[in-house]
Design a protein around this ligand. Structure first.
Ligand SMILES: C[S@@+](CC[C@H](N)C(=O)[O-])C[C@H]1O[C@@H](n2cnc3c(N)ncnc32)[C@H](O)[C@@H]1O
Length: 383
C-alpha cells in the first residue's frame, strides 16, 4: 500500500536552506529537490514562517492573481497523465528504434511518435482514449492495466516502455505485465519516480529494485532523460498557489533485460482505479465524475470551501479525497447526485445551454455549474 505522504516542513525547509546557501533559486532549486512538489515546498516555507526564504526561492517564478491563462491541451487528472516534454519523448523514441515489436504502457506521447513505423509493430496499452479515439488507430488498445492483459500478449514484445502512475501498487502491477509480455531476454524501459515525491518513495524504489533483481538479468539506471510538461490541471493549481506553471518535474529511467527463463510469480489482478470515473466534455474542458454520490444536502458544492480549484494535484490532497467531480483544469467538486449531473451535462451542446439549467435547481448549484462551465469552455481561463 502507498502510505500517506508529505515530506515534513522541517525537512523541506532544511533542504531549501541548503540549496539557497548555494544560490539555487526558482526552477533550478525545484529541480534539485528531487521531486518534492513546488506547492508543498511553498506551503512548508510559509508554514514555518520563513518568509525571506519563501521570497528568495519563489520570486522568479511568482504569479499574481487574477491571471488569464491559456490551456493548450486538457489533461486527465484521474489517470495521472504527466506528459513527456517533446524533447524527452523524442529521446525515448530514439531508444526504441531497432526493436521489431514494441509495447508502450501508458505512453501516448511516444505512440504519437512511434506508432506508424512500417519496420516495427508498435502497440499502445492505455486507458485514456483522448489522443487516439478507440478503434481509429491500429495498434492502440484501450484497457485498464491494473486489471492485467490477456495471456495472448505473453512473450510477444522485444521492448516494453512504461510510465505508470507513481504509486507503488500500480507501478509493480505494470512492471509484472511488462515482464510477462516481453519475450525471454527482451528489454524493459520504465520511468522511475524520484525519491523526493513522498516520504515513502525511497522505500518504494527499493521494492522496485528488488523486483528488478528477481526478474531481470541486469538493469541500469539513467538520469537526465525524462522531463515532463506540467499538465493542465496542475498548471491551474500552481497558479492558484501563486507559482508560475513552469515545467519542473523530471525522473530517472531504468532499463532491464528480462531473464531468458522467466520467473512466473505474478501478484494477480488489482482493483480498477481509473474505471470508477466517467468522463464528460464541456466545451474544450473535461469533467471526471465518480458515480458514487457524496453525502450532502447540496446538489453541488466545492470540495475545498476556499476555492473552486483543488490546492494540489496529489491524490492524497484532503479536498481531492472529498471530491467526486474533478476537471482537466484543476476543479474539485462534490455532487450528491452524479447521475443527474451526467444527464445535465449530456444536454449541453452550446454554452448558452448552460444558462438553461432547470429553474428547480438550487441557485447556488446553478451558479457554480455556470462558473465551472465558463472556466472549461474556451482556451483561456481566469484564475
Ligand atoms: C504518468 S502518465 C505517462 C504519460 C507519458 N509520460 C506520455 O507522455 O505519454 C501515465 C499514463 O498511463 C495512463 N494510465 C493510468 N492508469 C492506467 C491504467 N490503469 N491502465 C492503462 N493506462 C493507464 C494514463 O492515462 C497516462 O497516459
Amino acid at each position: 500500500m502507498n502510505s500517506p505522504f508529505h515530506n515534513s516542513s522541517e525537512y523541506i525547509l532544511s533542504q531549501v536552506q541548503d540549496h539557497l546557501s548555494r544560490s539555487l533559486t526558482g526552477v533550478p532549486l525545484l529541480r534539485a529537490l528531487k521531486g518534492i512538489h513546488p506547492i508543498d515546498i511553498k506551503r512548508a516555507l510559509l508554514e514555518s514562517e520563513t518568509l525571506e526564504e519563501a521570497k528568495e526561492a519563489f520570486e522568479s517564478i511568482e504569479v499574481t492573481s487574477p491571471t488569464l491563462h491559456e490551456i493548450l491541451r486538457d489533461d486527465n487528472p484521474v489517470s495521472s497523465f504527466w506528459p513527456f516534454t517533446r524533447a524527452s519523448a523524442e529521446t525515448i523514441a530514439n531508444m526504441s528504434l531497432g526493436y521489431s515489436s514494441v509495447a508502450l504502457l501508458g505512453t501516448p506521447t511516444l505512440f504519437g511518435l512511434l506508432g506508424d513505423r512500417p519496420e516495427s509493430r508498435t502497440m499502445l496499452f492505455e486507458s485514456d482514449d483522448y489522443f487516439f479515439p478507440e478503434g481509429s488507430v491500429p495498434g492502440y488498445v484501450k484497457c485498464d492495466l491494473t486489471l492485467g492483459l490477456p495471456h495472448a500478449y505473453d512473450d510477444q514484445f522485444d521492448l516494453i516502455v512504461g510510465d505508470p502512475p507513481w504509486y507503488l501498487d500500480e507501478y509493480l502491477t505494470w512492471l509484472e505485465i511488462a515482464v510477462r509480455i516481453a519475450r525471454p531476454g527482451g528489454t524493459v524501459i520504465f520511468v522511475l519516480f524520484p525519491e523526493g515525491i513522498r516520504e515513502s518513495a525511497k522505500r518504494e524504489r527499493e521494492a522496485i529494485f528488488s523486483f528488478a533483481r528477481d526478474h531481470f538479468e541486469s538493469f541500469t539506471q539513467a538520469n537526465g532523460i525524462v522531463e515532463y510538461e506540467t499538465p493542465s490541471f496542475e498548471q491551474v493549481q500552481m497558479i492558484r498557489n501563486g507559482i508560475s506553471p513552469i515545467n519542473w518535474r523530471s525522473a530517472e529511467i531504468f532499463t532491464g533485460h528480462v531473464r531468458k527463463t522467466k520467473t512466473r510469480s505474478y501478484r494477480g489482478k488489482r482493483s480498477a482505479a481509473v474505471n470508477e470515473w466517467v468522463e464528460r466534455r464541456l466545451g474544450c474542458g473535461r469533467l471526471f465524475i465518480k458515480r458514487e454520490p457524496v453525502h450532502s444536502t447540496n446538489f453541488l458544492e466545492f470540495a475545498d470551501p476556499r476555492s473552486r480549484f483543488l490546492s494540489s494535484p496529489s491524490r492524497r490532497d484532503a479536498a481531492r479525497l472529498r471530491a467526486n467531480v474533478i476537471t482537466s483544469r484543476g476543479h474539485g467538486l462534490r455532487c450528491n447526485d452524479p447521475s443527474r449531473l451526467i444527464s445535465l451535462l449530456d444536454s449541453v451542446k452550446l454554452f448558452s445551454d448552460v444558462n438553461a439549467y432547470p429553474d428547480q435547481m438550487e441557485s447556488g448549484a446553478r451558479d457554480l455549474l455556470r462558473t465551472v462551465a465558463a472556466d472549461l469552455w474556451g482556451r483561456f481561463i481566469l484564475i
